[in-house]
Design a protein around this ligand. Structure first.
Ligand SMILES: [Zn+2]
Length: 428
């Protein structure tokens, strides 16, 4: 069977999903470079919707040729070229002359929406550099697509129902730069990410919240670590919120204290060499050998073993029946810890005493940053993706992309196109 040129044009047209008055007028295939070029035109006598006021019947005034990168057809790099009209509005109240926005591309983009949709689908899964190599574009151009789509989706976010948040920091480049991430604990999604870990990060979040219809007075509870920067930022911006210190951070504080005791003691006790993991792990996560080794170590008269028992006792604070039994538990724990004669433990106990209200607040609002810990693995993967383009801005974009649960119009664009493509071609 011999396909006519007209037939091929028709196939491209239905594959592109381009609709009247637009049509595929011509194509060129360069067999040397393997590139495919599709020309799109509009029918003579077509009228358009005015891009300014939306009135129908706007008349072409003049045209300008533009080109967009499209999805590959099979392995062939494909571009669309079209003459895009400026149109004159016929509504007397408007009368503007303005360039039409073609339906296949976002304003100002060099790529078709379908190409951008494809990039966004990939970006949630694979490194930007790999995407760039795969589609044969510079990674800066891919980042630009991702940035713009994330910004557009973010602009539409509505935070009027945000009431409980978690705040935490994560490092961007091997501990050199920090970003602070804010999570909506009810929707379980990242709603803000910004450079730094000082009190001003919370100021910037409050501005962001207000800009997205949120109200600082609606924020009833905030989970964070015990850093003075976050505490001052939260009490200043969210005076009505209960500040709840995150249990993971409280236990980390205690874990670090146990480790300091172990490090000091291991200078004189060989039995403690290579045991760090045993003391720091959740006992549930140890295998049989490790459990046995830990149990025999705890039978020795070690300072580290005493510190470890205090850590387990602090963990039990989070398992109490109610506020008053929890407070009684914490008080006796504090007495025990401060009389342990273990400097790092005494120091940790005093930190907890200093933040007593916020530690106890867990029994008023049992919120924690567990979801942020979960995001952390996603964010770590995003860091790997941001590598090779090492800016904090890229990391922030990735946080929104992987943990922001944003609504991308492009996903709809992509699915619709796929649906159209799977329909049998019309025989018209
Ligand atoms: Zn108009």
């Amino acid at each position: 069977m011999h396909a006519t040129r007209e037939h091929v044009v028709g196939l491209f047209q239905s594959a592109l999903g381009i609709e009247e008055p637009w049509y595929v007028s011509e194509y060129q295939f360069d067999s040397e470079s393997g590139r495919l070029g599709l020309n799109i035109d509009f029918r003579k006598g077509s009228r358009f919707i005015c891009p300014v006021c939306g009135a129908e019947g706007a008349e072409p005034y003049d045209t300008k040729e533009r080109t967009w990168r499209h999805l590959n057809f099979f392995q062939h790099q494909t571009s669309l070229t079209a003459r895009i009209p400026r149109v004159q509005c016929i509504a007397p109240s408007c009368g503007m002359v303005k360039t039409v926005n073609p339906p296949w591309a976002a304003q100002g983009s060099h790529f078709t929406m379908l190409f951008e949709a494809f990039i966004m689908v990939l970006a949630a899964e694979m490194p930007v550099k790999a995407i760039a190599d795969m589609v044969g574009e510079y990674d800066q151009r891919i980042w630009k697509i991702i940035d713009r789509n994330v910004e557009e989706a973010l602009a539409k976010e509505d935070y009027s129902n945000v009431a409980q948040i978690g705040i935490d920091e994560t490092s961007s480049k091997r501990g050199h730069n920090y970003i602070t991430v804010v999570v909506d604990l009810d929707q379980r999604k990242a709603i803000f990410a910004t450079e730094g870990k000082d009190a001003s990060t919370v100021d910037r979040f409050a501005d962001h919240l207000i800009k997205h219809k949120g109200d600082p007075k609606n924020i009833k509870a905030v989970s964070s670590d015990m850093s003075l920067a976050f505490i001052s930022g939260i009490t200043k911006n969210f005076p009505d919120a209960d500040l709840v210190f995150d249990r993971f951070h409280i236990m980390k504080l205690m874990g670090d204290a146990v480790d300091n005791v172990r490090r000091e003691e291991s200078k004189e006790t060989d039995a403690l060499k290579k045991t760090r993991y045993l003391w720091l792990s959740n006992p549930k996560n140890l295998n049989a050998d490790q459990t046995e080794k830990l149990s025999s170590l705890t039978k020795l008269n070690l300072k580290t073993a005493r510190a470890y028992r205090l850590k387990l006792a602090l963990a039990e604070f989070f398992e109490q029946e109610d506020y008053s039994s929890a407070e009684a538990h914490l008080k006796s724990w504090y007495y025990w810890a401060t009389h342990s004669r273990l400097e790092p433990i005494i120091k940790a106990a005093k930190t907890i005493k200093k933040h007593w209200e916020g530690v106890m607040a867990w029994y008023i609002k049992p919120i924690n940053n567990g979801i942020l810990e979960g995001f952390n693995s996603l964010i770590q993967a995003a860091k790997a993706r941001a590598r090779g383009y090492r800016t904090t801005k890229n990391l922030i974009t990735m946080v929104y992309l992987v943990a922001g649960k944003l609504n991308f119009d492009l996903e709809r664009v992509y699915l619709e196109a796929m649906q159209k493509a799977s329909k049998p071609a019309s025989t018209a």
